[in-house]
Design a protein around this ligand. Structure first.
Ligand code: PXL
Length: 266
């Protein structure tokens, strides 16, 4: 039996991030991927690749989740970009009606191109309505600051402190990503489940962020949990998938490169 993984995420048409990346990651890890779209992002090549953002109607989001959960037995879901308070309400209501074992939340806080006012409402709604439903959360450096309330995170020790605070506030397993932002030779992620703290390290590959790395990490955690891995095992595999996907990144005409999952082998 092939295990099923659902992503509730935005479309990023160029294939670098969002639902497209999640589905590729699910497939590469041997799960059957399904997707409910929350919004459509189209970068604007005429305007410095800014994000053109269109939310999907809340009822249409609910319909998609109804359809895919009616067809499949799904116990593991990934939540990616939501984008508006109305979208968050719709997804929170759909999640609350069902009982998923694993809800992996990539807490995408700010998307360029959104108005700051709207983004603040969205961030607050994410904290109030989505985090309480999550079982596993994957904040990047910026999101770890916002969710932990810390003023700065400049070391692995501080990233660990942030992971602990997020765990204690929201009762979730945390995989906090240092990425290229923390100084040092290694890209360090910190796993904390309330019991054990584990640093996952890999040598940095360049100094630039690669589009879709965060989506890939959370999607890989989701796929592994769907297959029955423990949270720590899932985090370790996900780190390896991200390293491979960055090593095999794909350039194009935009000023950023995108992850490619297709060469990862377990
Ligand atoms: O990488 C964050 C992200 C997630 N989801 C969608 C996106 C982006 C960034 O561009 O467009 C749909």
């Amino acid at each position: 039996m092939t295990h099923i993984a659902l992503t509730i995420a935005g479309s990023e048409t160029t294939g670098g991030a969002g639902a497209q990346t999640d589905l590729k990651t699910f497939h590469q890890l041997g799960t059957f991927g399904t997707a409910a779209l929350t919004c459509i992002v189209s970068f604007d090549p005429k305007n410095d690749w800014g994000h053109r953002f269109v939310p999907v109607e809340p009822q249409v989001i609910a319909d998609q989740i109804e359809a895919t959960t009616a067809v499949h037995d799904i116990d593991t879901v990934k939540i990616g970009m939501l984008g508006t308070p109305a979208t968050i309400d719709a997804v929170a209501a759909s999640l609350a009606e069902r009982s998923f074992t694993n809800v992996v939340l990539d807490p995408v806080l700010i998307c360029k191109g959104q108005e700051p006012g709207a983004a603040l409402d969205t961030d607050n709604a994410l904290k109030e309505k989505m985090l309480p439903l999550a079982t596993f959360v994957t904040p990047n450096h910026f999101e770890a600051l916002a969710l932990s309330g810390m003023e700065s995170i400049e070391s692995v020790a501080e990233l660990t402190e942030a992971a602990k605070r997020i765990h204690d506030t929201y009762d979730v397993i945390v995989l906090a990503k240092g990425g290229v932002v923390l100084e040092g030779e290694d890209a360090v992620d910190v796993f904390y489940d309330g019991d054990q703290t584990v640093e996952l390290r890999s040598p940095k590959i360049g100094q630039e962020r690669v589009s879709g790395a965060g989506c890939t990490l959370a999607a890989a955690v989701t796929a592994e949990l769907a297959k029955g891995a423990t949270p720590l095992e899932a985090a370790r595999v996900a780190k390896d998938v991200v390293v491979s996907s960055i090593e095999n990144r794909q350039g194009g005409h935009a000023p950023f490169e995108a992850v490619y999952q297709g060469n990862y082998r377990a």
